[in-house]
Write a protein that binds this ligand. Sequence first.
Ligand code: C2E
Ligand code: CA
Ligand code: CA
Length: 827
Amino acid sequence: MFSDTELTASLSAADASQPDPGSALPRVLDTLADLAAHRMGARHGSLDLVDRTANEVITSVGRSPVPAVRTLIASVVAERRTVVVGGARESSRTDSSNENDVPDEARFYVGTPVVSPGGLLTGVLSVWDADPRTVGPAEIADLEQLARLAADLVQMVRERVTRPVFDGVAVAITELMDLIVSGATLNDVLDTLARTVEATSPETVCTILLLRDMKLHHGAAPSVPDSMRRAFDGANIGPTVGSCGTAAYTRQTVIVADIANDPLWEAVRGPALAVGLRACWSVPIIDSSLQVLGTFALYYREVRVPLPQDLRQMTRWVDLAEVAISRARYIAALRDAATQDALTGLTNRAEALRVLAEITGTSNTPVAVLFIDLDQFKFVNDTLGHAAGDQYLIEVSRRLSACVGQHDTVARIGGDEFLLICPGVDTAERAQVTGNDVVEVLRQPLPIEGTSLSVSVSVGIALRTPGAEAVTEDLVADADLAMYAAKRAGRNSVAVYDQDLRAQVTDRMRLEADLNQALSSGELFCAYQPIVDMTSGRLIGVETLARWTSATRGEVPPTVFIAAAEDSGQIGAVGEFVLRTACAQMAAWLAADRVWKGIALSVNVSPRQLADLRFPGVVEQVLADTGLPAGQLWLEITEGTLVPDPSLARTTVTRLRGLGIRIAIDDFGTGFSSLAQLKHLPADVLKIDRSFVTELAVDPAAAGIIQAVVTLAGTARLGLTAEGIETEEQRRILLDLGCRYGQGFLWSRPLSPQRLGELAGHRWPAAALAGSAAPAVALADHVPDDGRHDSDHDDEPETDQRGGVPIHRREAGDEQPDETGDETGKQ
Ligand code: C2E
Ligand code: CA
Ligand code: CA
């Protein structure tokens, strides 16, 4: 219908509304050039057509190229491939021109050839901008797709396709492009396409189905009755599933001229025949990466076979559908990237907050927010590596998704923090059920890198219920606060936010902040309690006990601040401080007086410190820095530390013992599951818990237990020390039972290093051990270096109530330092 001259003429026509032949062409090409620019984030786009010999540009649509751009277009024509100026990412097919050649008007330029289906170069589709930028391969593929569409249109003109069809196509493309640019939904775009197809040939019924998860879903079917639409939505694909199911499966065009008799329709023909459809031709929609996006089908009310031009025409519609679907997927992918967590595919933080704001912003819908924090993620990451960490998070996400309802949102909002948003949950009890479910599903062992891990979590819950007295403003912050409380209550805890909890948590946070401050301000220090040979009163060791005298709180008991430090993770720093201070102190004593040689320095180590794989390294470093011989250091750990998770703590303990350090089991007898396990503990000394010693005079069973422990310790070749000895009677019974070493107020309370240093030089007769009017010594004797504390506390009630006696010093000639060390270890 058009000659080349007519084409040129039509393309040059300025006014698209004129009823000239092909008048729709310039308009659609113009839209294409615009869309290309829009798509590539460039200010200008043009489509430039060349003559048959590809020697000169015969006309250009869109923005007129400046001379510099014309040169670039000429290079696309010459090279017959996409040219990029300004830099391309991850693309091998493109060039980056030399810096010096880059014209000011087009610091960014991408041009791609428009090649007819027969391989003839018909033009160049270009976009450019004065501002430089980079493009990715996906954007380049998009531009190339638009160039194919342009080639199709030009080809239609050259093939003299009849006016109505051509205009139909051109109008459809223009409308579709406009819709796409304006951000219409994919359904609207496809619906417009199907309506245009039906308008162009009124006897056809057009359907577009989309392929997702190997099933076909409704895309557009404006003239198909609901009954049939429903029948095909969600249909499987396969080698013999009607026309579309088969086309999507085989990736081939499937022509069924007679639905009633074609075996391909055997199983599915009912709904189609019921609404009077007799023939169906279906073409798979396949994108540039050869992925099947869906199917495009034409139905007829009579038995019908397509003519070649019908098929050609169909492929043009299919190209259009492909542009629309690819574009929609691209936008969806962008949206996903903005709203999803890349690793787990869960909702990301920003989107979760938006979802929650939407729920709380509209109406009175109740909602529960669960804040979930993994307890040992850092451990997994540090010990098993990042790949294992990722795998761990993915599996956790999968499990979390499995325990919520379909209207709930599961989000990953931080490295190891997750949020569940459960609209409709209106009681703390219901929310707690979900919280417990979360704990339960994650507790199930999870296979990672050949080992099996059980995930423990802390869950904090905040609720907004309609009519609740205080409608909480910030549910996430409240749930986070509840999580903080849960974490401090131990593993796998669930806590629900309320005002009391806030008060508790605030107190706890202040304590932790003060403790942090104490570490650097010198408020934290060490006291030392003598451990003696009960037969002679000779000093054989000292136990280091942490002390905190706070400027605002006064004396904070170690049971309080050590527990807080354990829960908050500050124990690493506190523990290292104590260890370093004590080792330095012992090294100083050693340097001052050889009497200290062979006297054990005992330091308490909490389970959490021991669980840290860096711990043995820290100990080694402290020994190296202070110069204290490893053989003189005892580490006290509670028996419970070794029992629940033998593998890890044992490895650490074994490494420490390898350095020559002794391990003492503290509070022995309080948390032990079976005496039989005693033999297998990697330890050197048992410290019999104070509770047994206290019971000695009252409960004969206590003596029985101690007797059993003495016997077992003998066979296991473990040293024994009794704790909390306050009376001469206790001392005597213990000695009778065969326990030789002990510590307690009978000899001394924990002392300041100054006082203990002085006492080490004193000489006490063995007979003076009990009940003497010995000088009182106490915690208050500690004198910090800054001199803020008064050293003269001897008259304080605490100091002398129990008749504390300084320890007995070795007799002259009794010094057997090396042997002493051995005695305090294995006997
Ligand atoms: P523990 O390790 O069992 O320490 C012995 C505790 O018993 C000390 O209490 C000590 O003052 C007390 N004690 C000693 N002899 C007697 C006695 O004859 N009668 C009575 N009634 N008590 C006696 P303290 O100093 O209050 O320490 C309490 C706990 O705090 C310690 O128990 C230990 O578990 C923990 N702790 C103290 N310092 C540290 C530390 O640096 N690191 C760690 N991880 N824990 C520490
Ligand atoms: Ca201890
Ligand atoms: Ca103890």
